[in-house]
Design a protein around this ligand. Structure first.
Ligand SMILES: NC(=O)c1ccc[n+]([C@@H]2O[C@H](COP(=O)([O-])OP(=O)(O)OC[C@H]3O[C@@H](n4cnc5c(N)ncnc54)[C@H](O)[C@@H]3O)[C@@H](O)[C@H]2O)c1
Length: 256
C-alpha cells in the first residue's frame, strides 16, 4: 500500500513503539488515529504530531469503544487501510515465586486479555471495515501489523503470561492472514527484542545496560524509530504476508 494519503489506526499510539510509528506515518503523509487509554499521553502526542493526527481514547479489550473509534476514524480521516497494533502491557511473575506464592491468575488473565485478545478484537473489527475498501492497483484493501515479542520464542524466567500472550500473537498471524487473503488484506507481525520505551522503565539502569550488552550486534537497545521503519516497510511491501519478523540484533534470550 501507499502510505502517503492513506489512513492508519495505531493502537498504543501514545507511547513508545506505537508513538514512533504514528509519528513516522504522519511524516510520510498519512492521516493517523492514535487509539490509547484515556489516561495515556494521547492528547499531548497528537498535538505534537499536528493536524494529521487524532486521539481516540479507549481500551483495546472493549468492543464498543474500538468499534466507535474505528467508525470515527473512517468518518473523519477516510477509509482505514493500515492497522498497527502496538497496545500492550508487560507483566512479570514466577509461576511460583520465592515465597511460594503462585502466579496471580488475575495478572495472567489481564496480560492475555490486553496483549492477545485486545489485539484480535481490533483486528477483527478493523478488518470488517477494510474489506469494504476499494482495492488499490495491487488488489490490496488493507494491511495489519501486529506486535509480538522475542519473548514469544525465548521467554525468560517470570515471563509465562507475557510470553503466552505474545506466542498467541505469533500463532494467530498466519491463520488471520489466510482468512483475509481473499479480501486483499495482508497481516504480519514484528517480534522486537528490547527497545528503549517506557515499557522498560521498570528495569533498573544496570539491568538495562546488561540487557543491551547481551545483544550480539548492535549491542544496544532498539530505537523506536527502527520499529517504525519496519512497520512502514511492511505496509509498503506487498510480498510481506503472514511473516513474523524478529527485530532483535540477533539476541536469543537466556533464562534470566
Ligand atoms: N519495548 C520493548 O522492549 C518491547 C519488546 C517487545 C515487544 N514490545 C511490545 O511492543 C508494544 C508496545 O510497547 P512499548 O514498548 O511501546 O510500550 P509503552 O508502554 O511505551 O506503550 C504501550 C502503549 O499501550 C497502551 N495500552 C496499554 N494497555 C492498553 C489497552 N488496554 N488499550 C489501549 N491501549 C493500551 C499504553 O497506554 C501505552 O501507551 C507492546 O505490545 C509490547 O509488548 C515491546
Amino acid at each position: 500500500m501507499q502510505i502517503e494519503g492513506s489512513t492508519a489506526f495505531v493502537t498504543g499510539g501514545a507511547s513508545g513503539l506505537g508513538e514512533a510509528t504514528a509519528r513516522l506515518l504522519a511524516e510520510r503523509g498519512a492521516r493517523v488515529t492514535l487509539f490509547d487509554l484515556p489516561d495515556s499521553r494521547g492528547a499531548e502526542v497528537t498535538r505534537a504530531i499536528g493536524a494529521a493526527a487524532r486521539f481516540a481514547p479507549g481500551d483495546v479489550r472493549d468492543e464498543t469503544q474500538v468499534s466507535a473509534a474505528l467508525a470515527d476514524c473512517a468518518a473523519v480521516q477516510g477509509a482505514i487501510r493500515a492497522l498497527i497494533n502496538c497496545a500492550g502491557i508487560g507483566t512479570a511473575h514466577r509461576t511460583v515465586d520465592k515465597e511460594g506464592t503462585p502466579f496471580p491468575l488475575d495478572t495472567f488473565r489481564r496480560t492475555i486479555e490486553v496483549n492477545l485478545i485486545g489485539t484480535f478484537n481490533v483486528i477483527r473489527l478493523a478488518a470488517a471495515r477494510m474489506i469494504g475498501n476499494p482495492p488499490d492497483a495491487e488488489g490490496e484493501r488493507g494491511v495489519v501489523v501486529n506486535t509480538a515479542s522475542i519473548a514469544a520464542f525465548d521467554g525468560m524466567i517470570g515471563q509465562a503470561a507475557y510470553a503466552a500472550s505474545k506466542g498467541g500473537v505469533v500463532g494467530m498471524t498466519l491463520p488471520i492472514a489466510r482468512d483475509l487473503a481473499q479480501h486483499g488484506i495482508r497481516v504480519c507481525a514484528i517480534a522486537p527484542g528490547p527497545f528503549r520505551t517506557p515499557l522498560l522503565e521498570g528495569l533498573a539502569a544496570p539491568a538495562l545496560e546488561a540487557l543491551a550488552a547481551s545483544i550480539p550486534f548492535p549491542p544496544r537497545l532498539g530505537r523506536p524509530a527502527e520499529f517504525a521503519a519496519l512497520a512502514c516497510q511492511i505496509l509498503e511491501n506487498a510480498m510481506l504476508n503472514a511473516a513474523v519478523i524478529r527485530l532483535d540484533g540477533a539476541l536469543r534470550m537466556g533464562p534470566r
